[in-house]
Design a protein around this ligand. Structure first.
Ligand code: PLP
Length: 424
């Protein structure tokens, strides 16, 4: 057993941090939150510090961090080499208005793993990267429409909200909605029909290979290959969004499938814990944002390519070598098998791939928010921190005994929720 025991000190769902935050309390932030994605249905604990695979919160709990800032912390909290690189960069100045050499380090680290692609442009988030990739695709093809998979998640730009369905598109114009064609996951025939109904109107097909919003169901290699073939045939840009799935292979999950995108978008782990996004593409497409060319696309971002994210990211990417990718994926496979064996009879399953795991009611393509939140609190109370949608990600400081411990805590939490949720 690893040393991950959970202190019960003052742990209660009714704990209300705003009482200690002065008279204005929650009014300072909408709903009390700096990000809507933190929301777990009840006042949240606050992080105090992290080290390796552990996080400590303001309720006195020590938690195994399998949230890892929504999969970004591939090397866990405060990894010494990453902290050292970030500190060195920061000490020389947080950001500048002329380029810095760390951008080259991270670009080189990424392109060495993605031999089919030529150039990188940095942004500050996966959302920004996808937004710019779509614009590049539109500019280069002179077309406007985009195909996405239903339930795929690509951040919160207007186009990216459409695959979530009507509950996500409040505030998005009908014009944008009309330009986006969602097709069901892994439905090759519908994809083919959609493309072939108007092949000269589509600028891009954009794929989230392991859509968490759709219950962490993987796209099949067959579907991704079909998308590749259709895009090649009709001059459509294939954008593979590897914002979370990059960790699943040395060259991302697309590399595992052996399918090369025209543009790969990513973020999260490649910033070493700092804000980042990247658009990585074929030279002819990336030329659209080349400012030395006449009438190139505007692409900026005051903090794009900032030295702290670049320096930390370059170290994080290099440390996540092929052996670590394989090791973490194997740990994930073992954890999934172990939890599945314990929860199957209760009508639940553990989905995912490699080092990404998620518990869902068996067969569900959507999990209601109340159930997700109940499971979040059940895992939290067992000293395990996941995302509010119960996505768990492993990090390199974890070993077999830690992931066995995670599996035990997760199975126990699932059984509690399963045994108190009416089956539909
Ligand atoms: C596949 C995918 N694309 C884009 C994003 C958005 O990234 P960010 O939160 O950095 O804007 C995410 C975030 O989870 C994602 O999973």
């Amino acid at each position: 057993m690893t040393d991950t025991s959970t202190s019960k000190v003052s742990a209660t769902r009714d704990h209300d941090p705003h009482l200690r935050r002065g008279p204005r309390g929650y009014a300072l932030l909408p709903g009390g939150y700096g990000r809507s994605t933190y929301y777990t249905g009840a006042p949240s604990p606050y992080a105090i510090k992290g080290k390796g695979y552990r996080v400590w919160d303001d309720r006195g709990r020590e938690l195994i961090d399998a949230n890892n800032n929504f999969t970004s912390l591939i090397h866990g909290n405060a990894h010494p080499a990453i902290t050292e690189a970030a500190t060195r960069a920061l000490t020389a100045g947080a950001s500048w208005g002329i380029p810095n050499l760390y951008e080259w380090d991270l670009a080189e680290a990424l392109l060495s793993r993605l031999p089919a692609l030529d150039q990188v442009r940095f942004a500050n988030s996966g959302t920004e990267a996808v937004m710019s990739a779509i614009r590049i695709a539109r500019a280069s093809t002179g077309r406007e429409r985009v195909i996405v998979t239903k339930g795929g998640y690509h951040g919160t730009s207007d186009v990216a909200l459409v695959p979530g369905g009507p509950s996500y598109t409040k505030g998005v114009t009908q014009g944008v909605i009309k330009d986006v064609t969602p097709v069901p996951l892994n439905d090759v025939e519908t994809l083919r029909e959609a493309v072939e109904a108007a092949p000269s109107e589509y600028a891009a097909v954009i794929l989230d290979l392991l859509p968490n919003r759709a219950g962490l169901i993987s796209l099949t290699e067959e579907f991704v290959r079909a998308a590749r073939e259709l895009c090649t045939k009709h001059g459509i840009v294939l954008i593979i969004d590897e914002t979370i799935s990059l960790r699943l292979g040395y060259g991302g999950m697309s590399g595992e499938f052996g399918v090369d995108p025209d543009i790969l978008t990513t973020g999260k782990l490649i910033g070493g814990g700092f804000a980042v996004g990247a658009i990585i593409g074929l030279g002819e497409l990336m030329a659209e944002v080349d400012p030395t060319r006449k009438s190139s696309l505007p692409h900026g971002g005051t903090f794009s390519g900032n030295p702290v994210s670049m320096a930390a990211g370059a170290v994080a990417v290099k440390l996540y070598d092929a052996a670590q990718v394989q090791r973490l994926n194997a740990l994930g496979d073992a954890a999934r098998a172990s939890v599945n064996a314990k929860v199957a009879d209760a009508g639940w399953e553990i989905r995912g791939r490699g080092s990404l795991l998620r518990a869902v009611p068996a067969g569900a393509s959507k999990v209601d928010e109340t159930t997700q939140h109940r499971l979040w609190w059940a895992t939290y109370e067992r000293g395990l921190l996941g995302s509010p949608a119960n996505l768990l990600s492993l990090s390199t400081p974890m070993n077999e005994s830690v992931t066995a411990d995670i599996a035990e805590r997760l199975a126990d939490a699932v059984l509690e929720v399963a045994n108190t949720t009416p089956r539909s």
